[in-house]
Design a protein around this ligand. Structure first.
Ligand SMILES: *Cc1c(COP(=O)(O)O)cnc(C)c1O
Length: 342
């Protein structure tokens, strides 16, 4: 049985072209700054994002946590969305590593975001923590892969700057956001002080994220990466995969088309509800109504060769990526139909 894995875009495997590039990569010791392939990737990524410098790190979580460490001191408050990756999925690392307090806001990553942020500001007071940082996320994973528009990003950024706050953008899927709106990725990155994106999701690399910001920010970030055990040596074999991954950016559009096709198909099946207005990129969240719980439904799908994530008690998440085709999506739809007609 062929398995169609829609749990995440992290399940993509390196292409032959990527493996070949990894095999012939020029390498050196990156802790000495001597890996030319890493240096090339960091330069290319900085130009793409319109930032002074970038740092190649092991994961998106590492990139976000390094950003928090650079931007804050112990006891500071960091404003995040209540459904953000940094709050929801990073093992409590902000408290564990940085000793900062996260302030989760509902609706920060929505069209109401600027208003939500404005209301959260507190005047200086001996009782209150010092707020230092606001984190955005684009696309917004738990929002269903939704895009935070440049206008909203700018409004939040401007508000933060009025308060002398720093803004970090968790842009794990920032290229999906840019493609969805047909704009340049810099239309988002200009409204943040630091940004990270993942090479290991829809772009198809086996490992890696890039953290970007000013020269001074990256200099500090490099020290924290080392402190976290993330200093690596001949990492050019991984950077070579990253350089090939960047060529996949335009192909993310196919993932979006497949997600839309899947969402429209699922929305027609009795037993499922899909908010099509929220399907903007490569993520589809479906509500399971009727006698199945999300977990039971996901389990039955898996038994029939389709993997997805039970996302909440009554929701499942499907993520399209380069290793699933239109034909695979058709198979998924017919399997879902069969299960829900049981
Ligand atoms: C996946 C993801 C991360 C973390 O990346 P890892 O490489 O899995 O650590 C951070 N933010 C968002 C929005 C993500 O989707």
């Amino acid at each position: 049985m062929k398995i169609i894995d829609l749990r995440s875009d992290t399940v993509t495997v390196p292409s032959e072209e990527m493996r070949a590039a990894m095999a012939r990569a020029k390498v050196g010791d990156d802790v000495y700054g001597e890996d030319s392939t890493v240096n090339e990737l960091e330069q290319v990524a900085a130009d793409l994002l319109g930032k002074e410098a970038t740092l190649f790190v092991a994961s998106g979580t590492m990139a976000n946590q390094i950003a928090l460490l650079v931007h804050t001191e112990r006891g500071n408050e960091v404003i995040v969305d209540a459904e953000s990756h940094i709050y929801y999925y990073e093992v409590g690392a902000a408290a564990m590593l940085g000793g900062v307090q996260l302030k989760p806001l509902e609706g920060l990553l929505s069209s109401e975001g600027p208003e939500v942020l404005r209301k959260a500001f507190r005047p200086p007071d001996i009782h209150f923590p010092i707020t230092r940082l606001v984190c955005l996320e684009n696309t917004f994973n738990r929002g269903g892969g939704t895009v935070i528009s440049p206008a909203i990003s700018k409004a939040i950024y401007d508000l933060a700057k009025e308060r002398e706050l720093t803004v970090h953008l968790d842009g794990a899927r920032i290229f999906n956001a840019a493609l969805a709106l047909g704009c340049d990725v810099r239309d988002f990155t200009r409204f943040c002080d630091s940004v990270m994106f993942s090479l290991s999701k829809g772009l198809g690399a086996p490992v890696g994220s890039l953290l970007a910001g000013s020269q001074q920010f990256i200099k500090k970030a490099r020290r924290y990466r080392k402190a976290l055990g993330g200093g690596w040596r001949q990492a050019g074999v991984l950077a070579a995969a990253g350089l090939v991954a960047l060529k996949n950016i335009p192909h993310l559009a196919e993932d979006h088309t497949n997600a839309r096709y899947l969402a429209e198909g699922l929305a027609e099946i009795p037993g499922l509800q899909v908010d099509l207005s929220k399907v903007e990129t490569n993520i589809v969240v479906a509500k399971v109504v009727g006698r199945w719980t999300a977990a039971e439904f996901a389990k039955e799908l898996a038994r029939q060769g389709v993997k997805c994530n039970a996302w909440g008690p009554d929701t499942v998440r499907f993520v399209t990526h380069k290793d699933v085709s239109r034909e695979d999506i058709e198979t998924v739809l017919s399997i879902v139909k069969k299960i829900l007609s049981l």
